[in-house]
Design a protein around this ligand. Structure first.
Ligand code: FAD
Length: 489
C-alpha cells in the first residue's frame, strides 16, 4: 500500500520490500535467534539517497536503523523488532587515505577486513579495531571498537575526527569537535539513536612492522582451581607492570578443563622476552610461553583465528551473548570469582579481554561511550538450535546474577557493542551509557525528537511504554544439572 510504494519512490539504489525473494535473503540475521521482519531494506548509493529514504520513513512514522556489517548481537540493524526501514550501506564502503595528512575517509558500510587491507595498502596505516573482519565500521565506530591495538591507541571511535551524518529530517550534515559538537559526542558511542553515518574521517597510525603473539595453556579440574588461576590473571592485569605496557594485550579463554591465555605485544620476540610483562607472566604462571613474530597483515589474520567469536563472524548462528565489564577500582573479589565458577561448574565457557591503557586516558564525558574505566570485559555465550532454549538464556543470566549478587557494589557496565536484549529496561541505559545517559536524552530531543532512529534499546526507548523483550524470555535462573552447548571466547 501507500507506505510501501512511497519507500521505493525516488531512491536510486535497490529497494527490497517485504515478500520479495531478495528481501528474504537480505533479512537473514547474523544471529538467527533474533530475526525481526523489517518493512523494507534499501541500499542507497550515496548520502542523498539515504536522505530520501529517511524523509520518507520519517513521514510515515516508520522506525529506521542503518546496517553496516549486520553483526549486531540483537539484530538491531534489522530494527530489533518488526516493521523498521533498514538502510544498508554496503554500496558506500570506500576507504581513501590522504597521502599527506594520513587521515582516512571511510564509507559507513565498509567492513573491518576491507578497512585493514585498504589502510595498509594505502600507506601502511592502521586504526585500532576489533578482530572480526566481517563486522562493519558503521556499527563498530558508533558503539566503541575494542581490539588488540586499543590499549595503545584507544577505541575505534577515539580515532574519529569527523562524521557525515543524515539526520531525522533528512538533512545531510557534519559533526566534529568544531561542528555540531553535541551530535559528535552522541555519535561516538550511541550512533544508532541519532542518524545514519554515511562516512567517517579517522586519524590513522603507522601499522606496527612486527608483532609477537604468545600463548600458554593451563589445566584445571575443579571450579576452585579455575578461580585461583583467574584471580592470579586479574592480579596480573591490574599490576603496574601490565597497566604501563600499552604494547601488550591479553585474552583469557576458558573451555571445559583448559585455560588458554594468549595475546600479543607490539615489537619483536626478543623485545617481548625482555619485557617485564613476559618475565612476570612466566613467574606467576610458571609456564613456558610459546611466541612467534608476525608482520602486520599476518598479525591481523592471527587475531582472527585466535578467537572463536571472530571466526564465527562469517557464519549465521542462533546465539545468546552475555557480557560484563569489570572496572579497575572494583575488581572481582575472590568470593565473587569462586561463586561464578562454581555456578558454571566445569562448563566455563568464558573469555575476557584486557582493556584500559589509552581507552582510560579519555574522560568519560568526552564521548557517549562511557565504560572508560574497565579493566576487562567478560563474555560468555550459548549457541543452540532453534527454537532457542529458554534454559540457555536463564543459565547465562544466572551467571551474571551470581557475580552481581556476590558483588552488589560492582557497578558493572555492559559494552554497548555487545547489545543484550534481555537486560531489563531499568538497567540498560546506565549499564551501556552510565552518567552520559541524561545528556544523550537531551541531544536526542534536539536532533531526533520523534524518535525516528530507534531500536528496543536506543536512547529514549526506555522513556516510552515498556515493551516485553523482543526475543526470548528470562526464565527461572540457574537450573540444577543443566548442560547445554555453549561456546565461550
Ligand atoms: C562475531 C563478532 C565479533 C565481534 N568482535 C568484536 C571485537 O573484537 N571488538 C569489539 O569491540 N566488538 C566486537 N563485536 C561487536 C561489534 O563491534 C558490534 O556488534 C557492532 O555494533 C557491529 O557493527 P556492524 O556494523 O557489523 O553491525 P550492524 O548490525 O550493521 O549495526 C549495529 C548497530 O549499529 C547501527 N549502525 C550501523 N551502521 C551505522 C551507521 N553507519 N550509522 C549509524 N548507526 C549505524 C545499526 O543501526 C545497529 O543498531 C563483534 C561482534 C560479532 C558478532
Amino acid at each position: 500500500m501507500g507506505q510501501r510504494n512511497s519507500i521505493a519512490a525516488g531512491i536510486r539504489g535497490d529497494v527490497r520490500l517485504k515478500g520479495g525473494i531478495k528481501y528474504r535473503f537480505d533479512t537473514i540475521p547474523w544471529n538467527l535467534r533474533c530475526a525481526p521482519k523489517p518493512l523494507a531494506v534499501v541500499h542507497p548509493v550515496d548520502p542523498e539517497d539515504v536522505s530520501v529514504a529517511v524523509k520518507l520513513a520519517a513521514k510515515y512514522g516508520i522506525p529506521i536503523q542503518a546496517r553496516s556489517g549486520g553483526h549486531s548481537f540483537a539484530s538491531y540493524s534489522l530494527g530489533g523488532k518488526d516493521g523498521a526501514l533498514i538502510i544498508d550501506l554496503n554500496k558506500m564502503n570506500n576507504v581513501v587515505v590522504d597521502q599527506t595528512t594520513w587521515k582516512a575517509t571511510i564509507g559507513g558500510g565498509a567492513r573491518l577486513g576491507r578497512v585493514t587491507k585498504e589502510l595498509y595498502n594505502q600507506g601502511k596505516r592502521t586504526i585500532a579495531h576489533g578482530t572480526c573482519p566481517q563486522v562493519g565500521i558503521g556499527g563498530h565506530a558508533t558503539v566503541g571498537g575494542q581490539g588488540p591495538l586499543s590499549r595503545m591507541y584507544g577505541l575505534t571511535l577515539d580515532h574519529v575526527l569527523e562524521v557525515e551524518v543524515v539526520l531525522a529530517d533528512g538533512t545531510i550534515t557534519k559533526a566534529s569537535a568544531e561542528e555540531n559538537p553535541d551530535l559528535f559526542f552522541a555519535i561516538r558511542g550511541a550512533g544508532a539513536s541519532f542518524g545514519v553515518v554515511t562516512s567517517f574521517v579517522f586519524e590513522t597510525h603507522p601499522a606496527p612492522t612486527v608483532t609477537t603473539h604468545y600463548s600458554f595453556k593451563l589445566h584445571f579440574s575443579t571450579p576452585q582451581e579455575l578461580a585461583a588461576v583467574f584471580l592470579k590473571w586479574q592480579e596480573f592485569l591490574s599490576s603496574p607492570t601490565v597497566l604501563n605496557d600499552r604494547a601488550f594485550n591479553s585474552v583469557i579463554n576458558i573451555t571445559n578443563t583448559v585455560i588458554l591465555i594468549q595475546g600479543s605485544r607490539i615489537g619483536s620476540k626478543a623485545e617481548l622476552e625482555a619485557s617485564q610483562v613476559s618475565i612476570k607472566m612466566k613467574q606467576l604462571f610458571n609456564v613456558n610461553i610459546q611466541a612467534r613474530e608476525l608482520d602486520w597483515l599476518g598479525s591481523v589474520i592471527n587475531w582472527v583465528t585466535e578467537t572463536i567469536q571472530s571466526m564465527a563472524g562469517s557464519l549465521t548462528i542462533p546465539l545468546y551473548m552475555k557480557s560484563l565489564s569489570v572496572r579497575q577500582d572494583k575488581l572481582l573479589t575472590p568470593e565473587a570469582i569462586t561463586k561464578w565458577f562454581e555456578y558454571m561448574e566445569t562448563h566455563s565457557p568464558t573469555g575476557c579481554d584486557l582493556e584500559a591503557g589509552r581507552i582510560s586516558d579519555i574522560p568519560t564525558d568526552a564521548t557517549a561511550y562511557s565504560i572508560r574505566d574497565a579493566l576487562y570485559t567478560v563474555c560468555a555465550y550459548a549457541i543452540a538450535p532453534l527454537p532457542f532454549p529458554d534454559e540457555a538464556l536463564a543459565f547465562l543470566n544466572g551467571m551474571i546474577d551470581t557475580v552481581s549478587t556476590a558483588m552488589p557494589d560492582g557497578n558493572f557496565g555492559v559494552y554497548p557493542g555487545y547489545v543484550d536484549p534481555l537486560i531489563p529496561q531499568t538497567q540498560w541505559p546506565t549499564q551501556y551509557w552510565g552518567t552520559n545517559y541524561p545528556r544523550l536524552l537531551e541531544i536526542k530531543k534536539k536532533y531526533d525528537p520523534d524518535n525516528v532512529f530507534s531500536n528496543p534499546q536506543s536512547v529514549g526507548a526506555d522513556q516510552m511504554k515498556p515493551t516485553p523483550p523482543a526475543f526470548g524470555v528470562v526464565a527461572d535462573a540457574s537450573k540444577e544439572g543443566l548442560s547445554m552447548p555453549v561456546l565461550g571466547v
